[in-house]
Write a protein that binds this ligand. Structure first.
Ligand code: HEC
Ligand code: HEC
Ligand code: HEC
Ligand code: HEC
Ligand code: HEC
Ligand code: HEC
Length: 284
């Protein structure tokens, strides 16, 4: 058989990924191999989900680009408040933000008005790229007491919400409730062999924070099995689940949080842990 790169490169990449899975700290935390030194070094907790906004400041000498930390905002607001109601795009640099809008109470200024949060004239708290700002929060103190996780901000945001440790608002006024859809969808992973455990997509954990239109129809056709182009490589490239996971929601290193459908137990293991072959040899 002729060796074709188009065939072998994806296979090698997936094999690499599987290795990454085993080097992840939950599965493999030994000696000098930890989350910090392993196959892929994890981002520090405070950098995960932190967006540098430089679309309109890149070429201005008088102000630094803006550093927007998701973690500092997730305690108080669901994704819906900013990405549905206020219309921020889920893509760094895609929203055209002008200082005049902020000072007029729009965009970041919908909250940064001196009442809901610090006001529009505390320039360096936002324009903080490359500088240390004393007034800004330290992630350690801020997220102390929230349920821990090995990845991302090192916080399990799903449990933080369900245990009532954070109470993010569904709208700015704090009047609405989220419309939660409790519907698990199994996404079988059988396009390649051998394959990892199947994926279970829980609508509940998503709709506790996101509005339907963040995913349907833009990212996913709203029908089971109707996204045939989806695969792990495209997810790593930032499509499908990778639009959020790897950017703001827990990262892709946490394989088994998505690939969570238990693999079927082989028949021989169910019957007392012995293979047919073993029984044969015992008889002799
Ligand atoms: C609440 C956060 C925040 C505060 C406070 C803030 N800015 Fe901004 N500012 C932004 C964001 C976000 C952008 C968009 C950045 C980009 O696209 O590069 C921006 C853009 C700008 C721009 C470039 C675009 C334009 O409208 O000309 C300038 C200049 C600017 N800010 C100056 C200031 C000055 C001066 C202050 C203090 C008086 C200030 N900013 C305070 C968030 C803030
Ligand atoms: C307080 C407002 C706010 C909240 C709450 C918020 N975001 Fe964002 N998000 C932003 C802004 C602002 C940007 C940058 C947009 C831009 O540059 O055009 C952004 C960018 C993103 C990006 C793109 C990141 C990148 O690196 O390209 C993703 C993905 C995202 N948000 C997902 C989420 C998810 C998921 C939630 C809820 C868990 C959430 N956001 C909550 C304001 C918010
Ligand atoms: C839905 C409300 C809301 C929106 C929209 C919002 N913020 Fe905030 N932001 C807050 C609150 C509340 C805090 C924390 C309270 C405080 O420090 O006053 C905060 C804190 C911050 C901090 C300080 C983080 C720290 O380390 O102390 C920065 C920087 C910041 N916001 C930047 C921005 C920028 C830039 C935008 C727009 C792209 C934005 N915020 C949009 C509500 C919001
Ligand atoms: C984070 C992304 C996301 C959000 C938010 C989301 N969905 Fe979905 N939805 C999916 C995915 C992924 C599928 C499965 C697609 C597939 O199997 O190819 C799906 C499938 C569905 C289906 C098809 C079910 C079936 O049996 O065919 C319905 C109906 C649906 N979603 C409704 C909703 C509604 C209503 C909301 C808001 C309350 C919502 N979704 C929010 C990602 C999302
Ligand atoms: C629009 C953003 C977005 C997209 C797209 C998205 N997710 Fe999520 N997902 C989230 C957020 C936000 C959470 C909350 C946890 C966090 O932030 O780490 C979450 C949580 C989860 C959880 C954790 C549930 C729990 O109980 O701990 C699973 C599993 C998950 N997502 C799987 C998927 C899969 C599989 C896909 C693609 C089919 C997907 N997600 C697409 C934003 C998204
Ligand atoms: C955010 C959820 C999520 C995480 C985290 C995740 N995957 Fe996946 N993965 C998926 C989805 C969804 C599919 C199914 C694509 C399909 O076949 O429709 C998939 C498919 C796969 C496949 C099948 C081949 C392919 O390209 O579709 C492999 C192998 C795989 N993942 C490996 C991994 C490994 C290894 C990790 C950890 C390093 C990982 N995945 C982390 C969601 C995830």
């Amino acid at each position: 058989m002729r060796f074709t790169w188009s065939k072998h490169v994806p296979t090698a990449l997936v094999a690499g990924l599987l290795i990454a899975a085993f080097v992840s700290p939950r599965v493999y935390a030994q000696g000098d191999v930890t989350a910090e030194t392993g196959f892929q070094k994890l981002k520090p907790a405070e950098d995960y989900g932190t967006v540098v906004i430089e679309r309109n400041t890149k070429n201005i000498k008088t102000v630094n680009p803006v550093v927007f930390p998701h973690w500092a905002h997730r305690k108080g607001y669901t994704c819906k408040v900013c990405h549905t109601d206020l219309g921020f795009t889920m893509k760094a640099g895609a929203t055209d933000i002008k200082q005049a809008d902020i000072e007029a109470g729009r965009s970041c200024g919908a909250c940064h008005n001196g009442k809901e949060a610090f006001g529009p004239f505390e320039c360096i708290r936002c324009h903080s790229w490359g500088i240390e700002v004393k007034e800004n929060l330290k992630i350690g103190e801020f997220l102390n007491g929230l349920p821990k996780d090995d990845f991302g901000n090192r916080v399990n945001w799903v449990n933080a919400l369900r245990e009532g440790k954070i109470k993010p608002k569904a709208d700015l006024a704090g009047k609405e409730e989220m419309t939660v859809l409790d519907l698990d969808i199994e996404i079988p992973v059988s396009k390649f062999t051998p394959h990892p455990p199947g994926v279970v997509f829980p609508h509940k954990a998503h709709t506790e924070q996101l509005f339907c239109s963040s995913c349907h129809p833009g990212i996913f056709t709203q029908q089971r099995g109707a996204n045939p182009e989806m695969n792990m490589m495209r997810i790593i490239a930032g499509k499908y689940c990778g639009e959020c996971h790897g950017h703001v929601a827990f990262p892709l290193e946490d394989c088994f949080r998505c690939h969570s459908k238990p693999a079927p137990v082989p028949e021989w293991l169910k019957e007392g842990g012995k293979k047919d072959g073993d029984k044969e040899s015992e008889k002799k």
